[in-house]
Design a protein around this ligand. Structure first.
Ligand code: KDO
Length: 337
């Protein structure tokens, strides 16, 4: 794991180099199409991947060929933003947790029990409060955040049966080896849930569940189905501890090389893909519980008040919360229902 310091040093060197054009997006110098490369640790069948392939790609096909790399094959999970900053990648399905590795204040969007639902995420992303965050990512990382994508409500998904481990409050997760993604904000959330978090790449989770190297993981129901985690787990406690989001991250250097019409097309294509993917993910999320139960996984609702209270208390006075700009949390809450 590259430390924040070396990441910031890397950022300074990228900015100093003033990388004019992204080498990953071959320019249309000879009149040929550009190539927009995408890296994600997600699968090809994930709703967000489908949205970019089926909606974004056709809309930009007049001047760019879309070239996706799924399952972390192009760049490992958590390294995509640096790849964009270095001019080696055009796009990624980025997370606030990954951006928080560069800019700690992004952790506000990765905080348990803050975002209430998909519509709240959209209102926050489109609110003026988001401008300084977007500007900083562009100015210091060379990444333009085009749109917000809906990943879904994350729940605790365990290998143990409910008889072995009934999860009602965070105290029940004490000592549970819960895999969380590798960045600091994720590890913090895992601890805030009461568990003992283990960092592990998304593509390694199925094998680790199968072997017992971890006790569980946390992802939305569509991911549990898409990655077949139901084959290697026995319960889901519907903690809904994070209504999770991603951003369509795009190379600023590539953006700047586009003409005004191409920029408008890229923005519209990203917004259309985000909307299409959101509806598809919400439909999956609302209709998969019975299928997962049919696979032998018990799904139940724990003491949500206990989880919400405990998780939010961990953020009060935390280093992460200290990085949040004054008044932003209040604005996010005001945009809720
Ligand atoms: C995961 O690693 O559990 C996670 O859900 C974290 C998200 O931020 C995002 O990176 C996601 O994986 C990938 O897009 C794969 O779904």
């Amino acid at each position: 794991m590259i430390t924040k310091l070396t990441r910031r040093a890397a950022l300074a060197s990228f900015a100093a180099l003033g990388i004019a054009a992204s080498v990953a997006t071959t320019a249309a110098a000879d009149g040929h199409k550009m190539t927009f490369s995408l890296a994600t640790s997600g699968s090809e069948t994930d709703a967000r991947s489908q949205a970019l392939a089926n909606v974004f790609a056709p809309m930009v096909s007049g001047f760019a060929d879309y070239q996706p790399g799924y399952n972390g094959t192009l760049f490992a999970q958590g390294t995509e933003l640096e790849a964009i900053a270095a001019g080696n990648l055009t796009m990624s399905i980025a997370s606030a947790q990954e951006l928080a590795q560069f800019f700690p204040e992004f952790s506000i969007f990765a905080t348990g029990y803050v975002h209430q639902d998909a519509a709240h995420q959209v209102r926050v992303f489109n609110d003026p409060l988001m401008e300084p965050f977007k500007q900083k990512a562009e100015d210091e990382l060379g990444v333009k955040l085009l749109s917000v994508m809906y990943l879904g409500r994350r729940h605790v998904n365990l290998r143990q049966t409910r008889e072995e481990l009934d999860v009602q409050t965070p105290a029940d997760l004490e000592g549970v080896n819960l895999r969380m993604p590798g960045t600091d904000a994720w590890q913090f959330l895992g601890k805030a849930l009461g568990a003992s978090p283990t960092p592990l790449a998304f593509t390694e989770v199925y094998t680790a569940l199968s072997s017992g190297a971890i006790d569980g993981q946390d992802n939305p129901l569509p991911t549990v189905v898409d990655k077949k985690f139901y084959e290697v787990t026995k319960q889901i406690a519907l903690t809904a501890h994070l209504v999770d989001l991603n951003y369509i991250a795009f190379s600023k250097a590539t953006w700047d090389s586009l003409n005004a019409e191409q920029q408008l097309t890229v923005q519209r294509a990203a917004d259309a893909a985000a909307s299409w993917g959101r509806l598809k993910q919400l439909d999956k999320e609302n209709n998969l519980a019975d299928f997962i139960r049919s696979q032998g996984v018990e799904i139940y609702t724990p003491d949500l008040a206990a989880f919400r209270e405990h998780v939010q208390a961990q953020y009060v006075g935390s280093e992460a919360a200290a990085s949040w700009p004054e008044g932003v949390l209040e604005k996010i809450n005001a945009l809720g229902n």
